[in-house]
Write a new protein. Structure first.
Length: 550
């Protein structure tokens, strides 16, 4: 008897909870069961059992929480409590005779449990059409009754794919457009489950094909996202509006392009859907397809006349996002149909994005197509970077990408355009190969930083951290004499009144100040909070400065 009881209890334990008790012996399980039964109110235990039955998909099988089920116990259910209510057990087994006997005995089978579930819901959930018919005829007023999650028997039957129950309920007059808490109707759920027969039945019984869930999605959006042509056809022929948008202004065609569903895209385009549809943020279907790397989708959209010059709210074109993502095949398709004027108007070249992301193949493709390697970021976009970079070359050097740097220089990139010369960045990296490339193509070995004027080259300042680099620059003729020239001679230096909170803040000094020595340089960088790496380099200048007598 003890062994049988323990085995029965173990059969009702779900996979996760069973592991909690697997180390206990059968006697220990029985003792725990007895102790719990003494502590718990029998009525409360019965209610817990009645509630728990709804999360069971079969004898001893605990279903994982699902967005289609309200079967989530609000409190701990112990393994030995997992027994189905007699009514639910009879319905689950399809025992129509037992259900009839319960009703004849005067038992009210229209009373909901703690989840708001009534036996009609259970019959629809378990697909027992015989029991469902009995209950519906006995309690016709409950046909559209909802659970606490506002799920009807029709919704549950659709979610579980129980077509016989679905048809029985529809024939009995069930309302097909009652939605759950997420405003999802049975038709929406049929599309989500890719159940074409359920969708067909619901449409035949006049389900609203344009009902929106709480995200604004219609059943057509859902069917398109799953590339189910059969359901899409059912919905369109049933009156679904192709141009319906969700909460973000997204149409079904946009969903197809975004998710890479080519068959659905072809169908919608054939039905006359707008190829150039744009979301609320002005991103086009073509832009999203490029963003997600759907090569075949991009090819189809372009073949249907999609406009490659529609910019999103940030002014970026499909070519920009393709270059950023490094999808060379898409870039090749977009180059011939993208307006250079629109690219220029955006304030950023796809070259910048390719260089920033180290997409060398795309960079090479754009250069071969004739994109100007000396194009500069607009002031608005340049201000987004603390160092105020402007050229693709700067991006390549900043990333220490030697191949991209060489590619741009060979294509004619000017190494002396940016506020901070790329040569200074290569010195910071300590990369001799990049330095040599830049110097060979005309980089100014005596580069200065205009926003922080000094009487000596900034190249010397940056190379103080690497003595081998400093020697290399001096050997090439860098102006070192200026480091030993000072207008104050051996006299004391005046206190610098030079403070900036940000690079763009106005200089608070009454007169322009030029750095005369590394000591002055340290004061300025410490006060201005210029980039941390500049401060570190300035600190490196302090030691040799202290050892020198002015």
């Amino acid at each position: 008897m003890a062994t049988t009881a323990a085995n029965t209890q173990r059969e009702t334990i779900g996979c996760e909870e069973y592991s909690l008790y697997s180390s206990l012996s059968e006697d220990e399980l029985i003792k725990m069961a007895i102790q719990q039964s003494l502590e718990e109110d029998p009525a409360g235990q019965s209610a817990a059992q009645s509630h728990q039955k709804s999360i069971m998909t079969g004898p001893g099988e605990a279903a994982a929480p699902s967005r289609t089920s309200s079967h989530n116990p609000p409190y701990q259910i112990y393994p030995w409590q997992r027994e189905l209510d007699p009514v639910v057990a009879a319905i689950k087994d399809g025992d129509e005779k037992a259900v009839c006997n319960m009703m004849k005995s005067g038992k009210d089978l229209s009373e909901p449990n703690k989840d708001g579930w009534i036996p009609l819901h259970e019959a629809a959930y378990y697909g027992q059409v015989g029991c469902l018919s009995l209950l519906q005829k006995a309690y016709p007023g409950t046909i559209d009754q909802r659970t606490l999650n506002e799920e009807t028997a029709l919704y549950l039957a659709t979610s579980r794919g129980n077509l016989d129950c679905l048809l029985t309920l529809l024939q009995a007059g069930a309302e097909p457009d009652i939605s759950n808490k997420a405003r999802e109707t049975p038709l929406y759920k049929a599309c989500e489950r890719k159940n074409a027969e359920a969708a067909r039945l619901l449409v035949q019984y006049n389900a609203d094909t344009n009902h929106r869930c709480n995200r604004g999605w219609t059943a057509l959006h859902e069917a398109v996202s799953r590339n189910d042509l059969e359901i899409i056809d059912i919905l369109v022929k049933g009156g679904a509006k192709i141009e319906s948008t969700n909460a973000y202004g997204i149409t079904s065609l946009f969903v197809a392009a975004e998710s890479g569903q080519l068959d659905a895209l072809r169908y919608l385009a054939k039905c006359g859907a707008d190829i150039n549809t744009q979301a609320s943020d002005k991103a086009s279907a073509l832009y999203e397809a490029c963003k997600n790397g759907h090569v075949r989708i991009v090819e189809f959209l372009l073949s249907q006349g999609a406009d490659a010059n529609k910019a999103n709210k940030d002014g970026l074109l499909p070519l920009h996002i393709a270059a950023k993502k490094g999808i060379c095949e898409i870039v090749s398709m977009l180059i011939p149909v993208t307006s250079r004027t629109r690219v220029k108007r955006s304030g950023i070249s796809p070259l910048h994005l390719a260089a920033e992301r180290n997409n060398d193949d795309v960079l090479e493709e754009l250069i071969d197509a004739g994109y100007d390697v000396n194009t500069a970021l607009s002031q608005e976009r340049s201000c987004l970077y603390e160092d105020r970079r402007t050229t693709p070359l700067y991006f390549a050097v900043f990333n220490n990408n030697i191949y991209a740097t060489e590619l741009l220089l060979q294509a004619g990139a000017n190494p002396n355009t940016d506020l901070i010369n790329p040569l200074l960045i290569s010195i910071r990296h300590g990369c001799l190969k990049t330095m040599k490339l830049l110097l060979d193509h005309g980089a100014n070995i005596d580069a200065y930083i205009s926003s922080h004027p000094t009487t000596f080259p900034a190249t010397i300042m940056f190379s103080m951290k690497y003595l081998s680099v400093l020697k290399y620059l001096l050997d090439l003729g860098c102006d070192a004499v200026s480091c030993f020239e000072c207008q104050y001679g051996n006299g004391p230096h005046p206190v610098l009144n030079y403070r900036r909170d940000r690079l763009n803040d106005p200089q608070q000094s009454k007169q322009p100040t030029t750095v005369q020595s590394p000591q002055d340089l340290l004061s300025i960088f410490a006060a201005s909070r210029f980039e941390a790496w500049l401060e570190e380099i300035a600190l490196n200048l302090l030691t040799p400065c202290l050892s020198r007598t002015d």
